[in-house]
Write a protein that binds this ligand. Sequence first.
Ligand SMILES: Cc1cc2nc3c(=O)[nH]c(=O)nc-3n(C[C@H](O)[C@H](O)[C@H](O)COP(=O)(O)O)c2cc1C
Length: 209
Amino acid sequence: MGNSQIYLPSPSQKSDISLEEAIARRRSVRDFALESISQSQLSQILWATQGISDTGEKLRTVPSAGPTYPLEIFVVCGGNGIEAIEGGIYHYNIDSHSLTRHYAGDVRPALAKAALGEESIYQAPLDIVICAVYERTVTRYDARGERYIHMEVGHAGQNIYLQATALGLATVAIGAFSDEQVREVLRLDKQYKPLYIMPVGRPASILSR
Ligand SMILES: Cc1cc2nc3c(=O)[nH]c(=O)nc-3n(C[C@H](O)[C@H](O)[C@H](O)COP(=O)(O)O)c2cc1C
């Protein structure tokens, strides 16, 4: 892990659109504009993915069986992907709502290659990679814990979809990739299993309208 820690701006709980509009407008988008994301937009997306919503009990925006919190979130970005953040791989520190650099350099092309060449992964300014540490939940719930983890990643993914939509951004949930290759590209320990890659950016089609 690198040393540089980036504290993100506090997330907002106000939006220009209603929850119902976000649900109605949510769509998978695979074509992104070459436009960077602000740190406050990233803050909002990460908070929706796994941030703390109850600081007293440290409960999160996404439900979790137990709660055993098996999910770990990584951000992969290009050089100009996120305002004032260098290209690289970052780990989301949930308690401090900050990022720690895990690797310097743009790995989006390699990540796309690990996902059957999915272009949106290197076209989007950033990719959120949701991983799980199975032990945390399986130790408590045995084999049924696996089912719970897969349910939980769906909750997190849907929150990314809805938060992105509310910000005028978009995403697509990508499940088709080689676990082993993604783990290699992200320099992840064996205990981290990647479950979703979600490119996030401004939809290209809105700009061309
Ligand atoms: C579990 C899961 C895995 C998915 N994997 C991929 C994928 O690997 N590549 C992709 O382009 N879309 C993927 N999708 C997105 C679906 O293709 C998309 O949700 C579907 O076409 C319906 O479109 P909508 O999301 O705009 O309603 C996945 C969706 C889910 C729920």
